[in-house]
Design a protein. Structure first.
Length: 411
């Protein structure tokens, strides 16, 4: 009997380091997957503790608050089993059986394998528990009736499906999982219908989010805006490239997620978005002032008055201060709303990888009248955006009327 017990003790002793190493590997893998899934961006309030919740998420149905997903047993997910965590992640089911609002992207995560969910959960168990309740989401009737989400989930909860990848490269297949499932890019870059569900027949063609356009991520549309594989990979890793910098809702995605991903995964994402045989990126030549519309010609002076000090008189930009207008992807969008919002709202100071920073850009909503703003937009779009159309003052006013209230704008 003593010999048997000794052998058992020896076996347990030998197995323990292996089990601990496996657990450690799972936690490290879960940390990476949580970053790829961009969990921190929605579950961390500005200035708050990581994953402690409280971020207000503006939806057409009201403000939804990101929940506390630290291991707090009272306020977080400390009591969740692996099964319950998997149900929350992939089915939108809380531990108490209530339905989560689809601001939680379980509509994309439902394609996540159990091993990845378990790894993320293993990692979240290791972070510091924050004993603080996140604000309670209180929507107006009927959106406050969570039971009604049962029907919504039956209709739309598993609409996201991965397209067949037969004949595609391994990088393409990995990129598909990174973009469509973990990164859940379609949740913002796909238009939504009246019930708030993604329109899958228009997947990744672009969607509106708090007054901004999350632009199309289709390969031909990316190429038309000047994107190639190298620039897109660089943009995801560093938050900036020849096409400009990440701002608005994409800056937290870069800050909390993509800058921490591996080079092979970033390259895979670019491969999936552009394809194994990407379309040729369109190169624009600068348009001379004499062929622009009268409005755009007037806008040149407005540019010199309010923009050239940072972006340079000829649009070449200034390192560490302001991006170039030449080749800027925002100017090349057919829809001008993002350019308008940036000019009116400005952009706060942003830190990118390494020591790279961009100085804050002030908003000019109170410095330009409607005609000046329209002229400036036309100059930027025609001069460096390859746009031949001309905006009228009424077009700009309509876009201004569509802007969200100030408290709903991204910070």
């Amino acid at each position: 009997m003593k010999q048997l017990l000794s052998r058992l003790a020896l076996a347990v002793g030998l197995a323990t380091p292996v089990l601990l190493a496996h657990a450690d590997d799972q936690v490290k893998r879960g940390e990476y997957l949580a970053r790829a899934a961009d969990c921190m961006a929605c579950h961390t309030a500005p200035g708050g503790a990581p994953f402690a919740g409280g971020l207000p998420i503006i939806s057409p149905f009201g403000t939804i608050y990101g929940t506390n997903i630290t291991p707090s047993k009272e306020h977080g997910i400390g009591l969740y089993t692996d099964d319950e965590f998997f149900a929350a992640l992939t089915e939108g089911k809380r531990r108490d059986g209530a339905n989560l609002y689809p601001a939680m992207p379980y509509t994309s995560y439902h394609l996540m394998p159990r091993a990845d969910s378990d790894a993320i959960h293993a990692y979240l168990k290791t972070i510091e528990p924050i004993e603080r309740a996140a604000p309670v989401t209180r929507l107006s009737f009927p959106f406050n009736v969570r039971l009604g989400l049962m029907g919504w989930n039956m209709l739309y909860g598993k609409d996201v499906k991965l397209a067949p990848t037969e004949g595609k490269s391994e990088a393409f297949q990995r990129g598909q999982y990174m973009v469509e499932v973990l990164g859940h890019c379609g949740e913002c870059h796909t238009p939504r219908g009246l019930p708030g569900a993604m329109q899958q027949d228009k997947r990744l063609t672009g969607g509106l989010l708090n007054g901004y356009l999350a632009p199309s991520l289709l390969a031909n549309d990316l190429a038309a805006r000047g994107w190639n594989h190298q620039d897109l990979s660089t943009f995801l890793k560093h938050g900036m490239s020849a096409q400009g910098t990440m701002f608005n809702e994409m800056f937290p995605v870069f800050h909390n997620s993509t800058q921490g991903l591996s080079d092979p995964d970033l390259a895979a994402m670019a491969t999936f978005l552009l394809g194994d045989q990407p379309p040729v990126a369109k190169v624009l030549s600068e348009t001379s002032l004499d062929v622009m519309s009268p409005s755009a010609q007037r806008g040149r002076q407005d540019y010199l008055n309010v923009c050239a000090g940072c972006h340079a008189p000829n649009g070449e930009g200034k390192p560490h201060i302001a991006v170039a207008m030449r080749g800027n992807t925002t100017l090349r969008l057919e829809d001008p709303r993002n350019l308008l919002r940036v000019i009116e709202d400005g952009i706060g100071e942003q830190q990118f990888t390494g020591f790279e920073r961009m100085q804050p850009m002030p908003g000019f909503a109170d410095k330009l009248n409607h005609q000046q703003l329209t002229d400036l937009l036309n100059y930027l779009r025609q001069g460096w955006g390859g746009q031949s159309s001309e905006l009228a003052v009424s077009d700009v006013q309509k876009l201004q009327a569509d802007a969200p209230p100030a408290e709903h704008k991204a910070h």
